[in-house]
Design a protein around this ligand. Structure first.
Ligand SMILES: [Zn+2]
Length: 456
């Protein structure tokens, strides 16, 4: 069935941004970026998309982007994520149970916002704020619409961002069958859908790549898979299970793929000294983490393989539909919480290489909508080298030979540093990309993807 035609209003909105687009193109070309005129024209088209690639930098506010830019390509350089033809900002607030705003969100509530179009309370996974009822997710709608679907992360596959796409849970902590304390009505024994791990494989998402093996090693406690681990349940459901880059490379698109590359979060790419009270001696980051096991796929490699698998699946099924793929750089957030600037910048750089994979694919497949955004802002701030701020600080020495001082003071030293309630960047290319212009709400992203893929 053909999708709805773009409305007259939308076409008018599209033409209204053409002038703005010309300015954007001029800016990106003087900056030496690759935002071509063709890309910009594609971005304002009211046309529909065959594929959507959504990249979420967890906790990647403007400070996190700027830190990664300064350290890796220089203050006047441009990251891949800086090269989109369309850039706007969106608000990320959560809500309380009565619907009033909660100004600082976590990844569960913000993910529920972009994945379902409905704002919820902090900690909740794709369920309503007051009544705790499941709301359909963009991945579920894409599956129903005949699209191949995938989710890739550097966190546990049961962590909030991948969870909001493939599960519904009262609380984000209900990751494996043994973790159900805060989700009494979600258990299989009570007639619920089970833990986030069980739901994710029951959903038969075509490609699931990330960490969190410890959740999938837990035994199912009730129902038809009782006594099996979730990984064994996944195999019964037809999944190929892969654990390193060699087995990932060998996976084929004819069966769904579950990649579990670490017991918990995938280890970070970089290390360094964490920020300290009164600051650190000037340091350079260590760009290969000795405690990252050999054979751990990079986010970019996982992204690239995920695209290949999703395309192969649709080809094998002779489907005319494309795919929906989410790619999360999760540990930008986690290293921000830990006040570890090198860990954080290395994860932002790794995420940016995954952005390049998506943009390179879209360059050859212009009917692909690529959106890069964050779920919420975070704590790191760039302060003058001579500043003596409260809280934790570290001084880095950049490739430009300059001191880059980072401060973390959104919580008492020794405690996890906090998210912030700031708006964050959203950037896009491809069909309907103009929808990210201006200041939008996180829930608008759901509508953009739904309309781009003609989902009901
Ligand atoms: Zn966080």
């Amino acid at each position: 069935m053909p999708g709805p035609r773009p409305s007259r209003n939308r076409l008018m909105a599209a033409s209204a941004v053409v002038a703005a687009t010309a300015a954007v193109v001029a800016v990106t070309s003087t900056a030496g970026a690759s935002g071509s005129k063709e890309q910009a024209q594609q971005a304002v088209k009211g046309g529909l998309a065959k594929n959507v690639i959504l990249l979420i930098g967890d906790g990647m506010g403007d400070s996190e982007i700027t830190l990664a830019r300064d350290y890796t390509v220089g203050a006047a350089g441009r990251l891949n994520m800086d090269k989109f033809p369309m850039t706007g900002a969106y608000t990320t607030y959560a809500v309380h149970a009565d619907g009033t705003p909660d100004y600082v969100t976590d990844s569960a509530a913000s993910g529920t916002g972009w994945a379902t179009g409905v704002k919820t309370v902090n900690g909740r996974i794709s369920k309503t704020p007051g009544t705790d009822k499941a709301v359909p997710t963009i991945l579920e709608l894409a599956q129903k619409g005949g699209y191949a679907t995938g989710s890739v992360t550097t966190a546990e596959l049961t962590d909030a961002t991948p969870a909001v796409l493939a599960s519904h849970a009262t609380d984000r902590s209900c990751q494996g069958p043994a973790d159900m304390a805060k989700c009494p009505t979600d258990t299989i024994a009570k007639g619920g859908p089970g833990s986030i791990a069980e739901q994710s494989v029951n959903h038969k998402v075509d490609v699931l790549l990330g960490g969190g093996q410890q959740r999938f090693d837990q035994k199912v406690t009730d129902g038809r898979y009782k006594g099996l681990t979730v990984t064994e349940q996944a195999r019964k459901l037809g999944y190929q299970v892969v654990t390193d880059d060699r087995s990932l490379k060998a996976a084929k698109g004819d069966k769904p793929v579950l990649g579990l590359f670490a017991p918990g979060n995938v280890p970070t790419e970089w290390t360094g000294k964490p920020a300290a009270l009164g600051g650190t001696a000037p340091q350079r980051c260590v760009t290969s983490n000795p405690s990252r096991p050999a054979g751990t796929p990079s986010l970019a490699d996982s992204a690239s393989k995920a695209i290949q698998l999703l395309e192969a699946k649709q080809k094998a099924n002779h489907s005319k539909q494309g795919f929906f793929l989410q790619i999360e750089g999760a540990s930008i957030d986690k290293q921000d919480h830990a006040a570890d600037p090198c860990g954080q910048i290395g994860e932002t750089a790794a995420f940016d290489r995954a952005v390049k994979v998506a943009r390179d694919y879209a360059a050859k497949h212009p009917d692909t909508l690529v959106v890069t955004t964050a779920d919420h802002g975070h704590t790191s701030q760039i302060v003058p080298p001579e500043a003596t701020p409260p809280g934790l600080s570290s001084t880095l020495v950049t490739d430009e030979g300059q001191q880059l001082k980072v401060n973390y003071s959104t919580n008492t030293p020794g405690q996890s540093q906090e998210h912030t309630g700031t708006q964050v960047r959203i950037a896009a290319q491809g069909p309907l990309a103009y929808r990210v212009l201006g200041v939008t709400n996180q829930t608008d992203l759901f509508t953009t993807v739904r309309e781009a893929l003609r989902l009901r």
